[in-house]
Unconditional design. Structure first.
Length: 357
């Protein structure tokens, strides 16, 4: 891992200093040099250079230090893995063969998926091999019973769906964790710092498990051929109400939740689209006027134009659903055709791959 991060750092720094953005050029300029100072085998060298370039593209203005979080990225040339547990990894001492114990659940669920890349990561004294698997999905079975379902993410309810289901907010949990965090931060002692580090891991795992649970429950009622509509992510953080809620909100990983809903839905043969969220919480889902009271009034929406009132999150989920339906009608598309355009992005075409790890 140290060697891999050293190689990646070298290629990354070189690419930044010389403003290189082509893989071929960077490879030509750095490969021999890396082989000169590093013990890495050739496949891992190539992967390190690739990772350096991808990282440079991803974080344009920030200098990344690869030694802070050690890992090795593997691809099919540098490792192999199957669900019976046989595994081999390229290392600086040649190929390392391992017998891994694969939990039954994973073998059952992903056994027939195609094994793609992997990342070897470290957490404390433990090593983890995160294996990426993929498979082609069956075409969505679109029929008369296919529905369009809007899903609104928020803090009052973590999620509300336009078929009338609510998933409890988690503000209490976050508030508690955040309170503990700020008390520890103000203390500043060595043991407080250690606690703080544990807390961030705990918060991450807590969030992830809630997000998994909620997405699983949402998708459990989704059928093949249904279309799921969510807002694109620019909106989630900037809209909504007040400083305190925004602070709580920024602590929650809505991005992760949306990703989990997306891949679980695709796996079931649903279609997934995102729409812009402008004013989806201000607009009336019945008369589509935006001349309304501000939401936040105990999570209740009230329309000044037509008098309609409704749970605010539910109203937003209706709007998301209607926007996707409207866009599809305007474009004259059948439900199984991808919606293309600047404002709506689509995933889940019949040949799309679902990726899990
Ligand atoms: Zn109205």
């Amino acid at each position: 891992m140290l060697e891999f991060s050293r190689a990646t750092q070298f290629a990354y720094d070189y690419a930044r200093a010389n403003r290189i953005s082509s893989w071929k050029t960077l490879h030509e300029k750095t490969y021999r040099k890396i082989r000169g100072f590093s013990m890495l085998p050739s496949q891992l060298c190539c992967k390190a250079i690739k990772l350096a370039l991808e990282t440079k593209r991803g974080c344009r203005n920030r200098k990344v230090d690869f030694r802070r979080e050690l890992s090795i990225q593997y691809d099919h040339r540098s490792y192999s893995f199957d669900f019976s547990g046989r595994c081999s990894l390229a290392t600086i001492n040649g190929r390392l063969r391992l017998d891994l114990r694969v939990p039954e659940y994973y073998a059952k669920t992903y056994g027939d998926w195609e094994v793609r890349g992997a990342a070897l990561c470290r957490s404390g004294k433990d090593l983890f091999l995160n294996v990426i698997v993929a498979k082609d999905l069956p075409a969505p079975a679109i029929g008369a019973s296919s529905r369009t379902i809007g899903i609104d993410l928020g803090i009052n309810n973590l999620a509300a769906t336009s078929d009338g289901r609510f998933f409890k907010g988690v503000n209490n949990h976050i508030a508690r964790l955040q309170g503990l965090r700020s008390r520890l931060q103000s203390k500043g002692t060595k043991s407080a710092k250690r606690h703080l580090k544990n807390l961030s891991g705990r918060q991450k795992r807590f969030m992830r498990s809630i997000n998994h649970e909620v997405s699983r429950r949402i998708v459990s009622r989704i059928n093949s051929g249904d279309m799921i509509v969510m807002e694109n992510l620019h909106g989630i953080r900037s809209r909504r109400r007040g400083k305190v809620l925004n602070r709580l909100l920024s602590g929650w990983s809505f991005f992760q939740l949306r990703q989990l809903i997306e891949y679980k839905a695709l796996r079931k043969g649903a279609i997934f689209v995102t729409v812009p969220a402008h004013y989806s919480s201000r607009e009336c889902s019945r008369c589509h006027e935006s001349r309304t009271e501000r939401p936040g009034n105990a999570g209740f929406f009230h329309c000044l134009n037509c008098g309609y009132s409704c749970n605010a999150d539910l109203n937003a989920s209706f709007n998301l659903r209607d926007r996707a339906d409207a866009a599809r009608n305007v474009l004259g598309l059948f439900v199984n055709q991808p919606i293309v355009g600047d404002s709506i992005s689509y995933s889940g075409k019949p040949t799309a791959s679902a990726v899990g790890s």
